[in-house]
Write a protein that binds this ligand. Structure first.
Ligand code: GUN
Ligand code: ZN
Length: 441
């Protein structure tokens, strides 16, 4: 148990998609188990909790940790291979990379990957491994060791994949169930399991139905990809000719629901959008990936206006970086690009909204907003200490005198991992820039 602590600093806190709160001289009190006891103006909370150990960050910004709702751990070795669209890229760049995700390579890659997430200020991530059960265990072990909060799953594929990654349906279900039993709820609930059928083209109906049963049996998540690329859509039509839509394939096999996280959702009709909303399914918007693989522009504003729960995802390696700053600004740029399309539905994605998507919105998409996503009394203390001075073009500028709107805008459009100094998960320091050299990114 840690002592009760009072962190003092500027606090930027998301409250809704169009609103945040700001304390110029703020304080957060955290109890020994990592739960937030109070947040507010420093002097007020200090009076409430005079015995708390002071931690002075008064020349720094305190933000809730970022949430990456979609990324692929084994693919970290294959970032930024530009050129192909989704299906060719999977075949040429990704499947061979995932083949090499043995427990030995996982043991080298996992600490780098998790530390890199923490170094970017990410405190929670939803992660795909490869089809290998043993390597997925290694990933969970490293997640536990580094202290990050994570939802992790073994990828499942029982057709239309290279022989070296293909599984028998029953083996895939059994292996996934084993990993789920071992890890779902581990580390006092910080580690959770997601059944991870890769996407409809590589999964039989029997596999998807089996996933639906297992996920409800264990109260675990389901994560998969949906409607990312036009050639993929055509392939799904050929593979499931009797089904109305891509979304309907997942609906018909029982995959949709409140603990289902679907990445991309670029090409979804109004019927499909309704189905997603009605089933309470959640979305991961991966704007950098959507541009990198030339996939398309997700109708984020329209989907948000339907009340869907949406977070942002780095989608490494089709997104070239784990940076949540990149995800936030790409979400804004994508929306801006959509303004020039004839079917543009209107609306805005402001820096406030992007900040919300990468924090509280992500927590809502993962159904964890009762625990994380914002700094509120009763939630767990997942937060980061940021030094915005590094974003200033003028050495003499005093960032505390900048308006919070400008500060947020600068964070999003100029931010990167260099401004993140410390990352705390459930009140525990998991990353400290001072003890890492520049190569450890
Ligand atoms: N669809 C199926 N698998 C993948 C993957 O690994 N990355 C992306 N971006 N889309 C996918
Ligand atoms: Zn993906």
């Amino acid at each position: 148990m840690q002592p009760m602590r009072l962190f003092r600093g500027q606090i930027l806190n998301p409250e809704a998609e169009d609103r945040y709160s700001y304390h110029t001289d703020g304080g957060i009190v955290i109890d020994g188990s990592g739960v937030i006891l109070a947040v507010g103006d420093y002097h007020e909370v200090q009076q409430q909790y005079p015995s708390a150990d002071p931690v002075d960050c008064s020349d720094r910004l305190i933000l809730p940790g970022f949430i990456d709702t979609h990324t692929h751990l084994p693919q970290y070795r294959a970032v930024a291979r530009y050129g192909n669209e989704l299906l060719e890229w999977l075949e040429r760049d990704i499947f061979p990379t995932e083949r090499e995700f043995t427990p030995e390579t996982a043991d080298t890659l996992c600490p780098i990957f998790f530390r890199s997430l923490l170094a970017h200020g990410v405190t929670t991530a939803a992660i795909y491994c490869s089809v290998r059960k043993d390597s997925t265990h290694v990933a969970f072990q490293w997640a536990e060791q580094t202290g990050i909060r994570a939802i992790i799953g073994k990828v499942m594929m029982d057709r239309n994949a290279p022989d070296f990654l293909l599984e028998k349906t029953s083996d895939s279900l059994q292996a996934s169930e084993e990993v789920c039993r071992a890890w779902h709820g581990a580390a006092n609930g910080k580690l959770l399991y997601a059944f991870t059928p890769r996407f409809a083209p590589t999964c039989s109906r029997a596999l998807m139905r089996g996933v639906s049963d297992l996920a409800s049996q264990y109260g675990a998540y389901i994560q998969t990809h949906l409607a990312e690329n036009l050639a993929e859509l055509q392939w799904v039509r050929e593979l499931f000719p009797e089904t109305r839509s891509y979304t309907d394939v997942y609906f018909g096999t029982g995959l949709l629901g409140p603990k289902t996280l679907l990445a991309h959702a670029i090409y979804v009709s109004s019927d499909e959008r309704r189905l997603l909303a009605d089933t309470g399914s959640c979305l991961s918007h991966c704007p950098a990936s959507n541009l990198f693989l030339k996939s398309g522009l997700m109708p984020l504003r329209e989907l948000m206006d339907m009340g869907l729960r949406i977070g942002v995802g780095s989608d490494v390696a089709s997104g070239p970086t784990l940076s949540p700053f990149e995800a936030m600004r790409s979400a804004i740029y994508t929306h801006t690009a959509r303004r020039f399309l004839p079917d543009f539905g209107g609306g805005d994605i402001s820096p406030t909204t992007a900040f919300y998507l990468a924090t509280l919105g992500g927590a809502r998409a993962l159904r964890l907003d009762d625990k994380i996503g914002s700094l509120v009394c009763g939630k767990e203390a997942d937060f980061i200490i940021v030094n915005p001075q590094r974003l200033s073009p003028l050495p003499t500028e005093k960032w505390v005198e900048i308006s919070p709107d400008t500060l947020l805008s600068r964070l999003i459009f100029c931010g990167d991992d260099r401004i993140v100094e410390q990352t705390y998960v459930r009140g525990t320091l998991c990353y400290d820039r001072r003890s890492h050299d520049n190569n450890d990114r």
